[in-house]
Design a protein around this ligand. Structure first.
Ligand code: TYC
Length: 119
């Protein structure tokens, strides 16, 4: 399936027409389907002073498919820098990931924050 289709204007004068230049100079617009890529969204994990490091590692393994080593590295990046991109997804998938992380953190009574922003 192709994502949103927008119209692209095509001047009839752009065509190859052997009759061109014979005086019929009407400009006619034609539309041509143009495929566009879906917008992408970064999912960000934010640092805080209370969420245990092992909990964050578990979140990254569970919801972002990271290995333990990858998850530990990304967790340390967030811990040191304050924020990191943990994945890039379509709007719907990004929203689902943010919801899953926020819900999981809330259920475990940790203040971990996860947000998304357009790339
Ligand atoms: N700063 C937390 C601690 O020292 C660990 C942590 C890392 C919290 C990443 C949130 O997104 C986070 N326990």
């Amino acid at each position: 399936m192709t994502y949103p289709v927008t119209a692209q204007k095509v001047l009839m004068s752009d065509r190859n027409d052997p009759r061109d230049g014979e005086g019929d100079s009407d400009v006619v617009l034609q539309t041509k389907p143009k495929t566009k890529r879906p917008p992408l969204y970064k999912v960000l994990l934010l640092n805080d002073d209370y969420t245990p490091m092992e909990f964050v590692v578990h979140v990254l393994e569970r919801f972002f498919g990271m290995t333990h080593a990858q998850a530990f590295e990304v967790m340390l990046t967030v811990h040191k820098k304050g924020v990191a991109v943990v994945g890039v997804f379509s709007h719907e998938i990004a929203e689902t990931k943010v919801g899953q992380v926020m819900d999981f953190a809330r259920r475990h009574q940790h203040p971990l924050q996860c947000t998304m922003e357009k790339e």
